[in-house]
Design a protein around this ligand. Structure first.
Ligand code: TXA
Ligand code: MG
Length: 339
């Protein structure tokens, strides 16, 4: 299969590009498009054969469910069996935006989208390209991140192409995404509400929006579930969001003393830090500020892969709320340095 790439204006995508992409989707094709977080790989959510192609293109295990991208609250309600008050408040506040809500699904959602679960994950993306595409097709789009399974999420069209060239029909290239990290996934089907994946919308904002209506839990133990049971969210398992280059993390700048540097190392420093003396041939990236760090993180890791570096050493950012999502992804991307 030949993968086409069409350049589109991120703010004002042309009607012909959207019509072209919608046509591909209606024929059960796969179209990658930018959301505000990462690029998604879209297919018609109501068509099991189309959704099946997503799993094949990504090499994704069938038990890992997909997020369904909808136009707005009205469409979301059609695909849920129950629409609780908390969903109304959260969607009213954060949609369109990087918050995914897990709710009980209606019969319109095929089993293949949810890996057989009775719940469905829904969100309304923000960018005009994503919204225009959903409107144009007139149907919700199942769209996981547009990468091979267990690889890094793409924040640029080039990342999608290098991972999925020849496996998907079309990429709408509207430039780099704005947040750069995946959406917050919040499970509303139980009590307390559970954050299954930390993201741009934090537990404080969620709790504040709900005004004490519900409790919000966000521990990793919650997500893992009891031993022997299916995890609440398969995508929260480790070995996710990882670059191909071996990656090691240290908690503090002083721990760099433990490193025996190979020939072609990268050093990625998150958070403010005064650097010690370092090897000359070092691919050094400093990201002192959380917002810019989130936006650039995956792009930098993709770049390290493209340069075929020997190792990426990562200095972890401080354990503070504004670094929470980045810390979560780095713990999955990199192993701790031994010793
Ligand atoms: O920002 C994002 O969320 C991006 C853009 C494209 O929207 N999408 C994304 O999709 O990151 P994906 O498939 O890479 O990650 C979706 C996560 C996975 O961890 C998956 O297990 C979880 O959401 N998930 C999906 N449906 C679920 C459900 N019904 N119950 C629990 N977890 C679910
Ligand atoms: Mg993903």
């Amino acid at each position: 299969m030949k993968t086409r790439v069409i350049q589109v204006d991120p703010q004002q995508p042309s009607a012909s590009a959207l019509a072209d992409a919608a046509d591909v989707l209606s024929r059960r094709g796969l179209v990658a498009f930018a959301t505000e977080t990462v690029y998604g790989l879209g297919a018609l959510a109501t068509d099991p054969a189309a959704v099946d192609r997503i799993y094949h293109a990504k090499g994704r295990p069938p038990f890992n469910p997909l997020i369904v991208h909808v136009e707005g609250i009205t469409q979301a309600r059609q695909f849920t069996a129950v629409w609780p008050k908390a969903a109304d408040r959260l969607a009213g506040t954060f949609w369109p935006g990087p918050l995914t809500l897990v709710l009980n699904r209606s019969s319109l959602i095929p089993d293949i989208v949810t890996g057989g679960r009775e719940t469905v994950a829904l969100r309304v993306p923000l960018p005009p390209v994503a919204r225009g595409l959903i409107e144009r097709v007139g149907q919700p789009l199942a769209a996981p991140s547009a990468n091979r399974s267990n690889r890094l999420s793409p924040t640029r069209a080039e990342h999608v192409l290098s991972d999925l060239d020849g496996r998907i029909d079309l990429i709408l290239d509207s430039g780099p995404t704005s947040f750069g990290l995946e959406s917050t996934v919040l499970d509303l089907t139980g009590s307390p509400l559970r954050i299954l994946r930390p993201g741009p919308i934090g537990p404080e904002e969620i709790a504040q929006c709900l005004g004490g209506l519900d409790q919000v839990a966000s521990t990793r133990e919650d997500v893992a579930g009891p031993p022997g049971e299916l995890p609440a969210s398969p995508g929260m398992l480790n070995v996710h969001y990882a670059p191909r280059t071996p990656a090691l993390r240290v908690d503090a700048i002083e721990d760099l003393a433990k490193i025996s540097w190979p020939e072609k190392p990268a050093l990625l420093v998150l958070g403010p830090a005064a650097l010690p003396d370092l090897p000359d041939a070092l691919h050094l990236v400093e990201l002192p500020e959380p917002e810019a760090a989130g936006q650039r993180l995956y792009s930098i890791l993709h770049e390290c892969d493209a340069l075929y570096l020997d190792v990426i050493i990562i200095v972890m950012p401080p354990d503070q709320p504004e670094w929470r999502t980045i810390r979560d992804r780095l713990v999955r991307a990199a192993r701790p340095v031994a010793g």
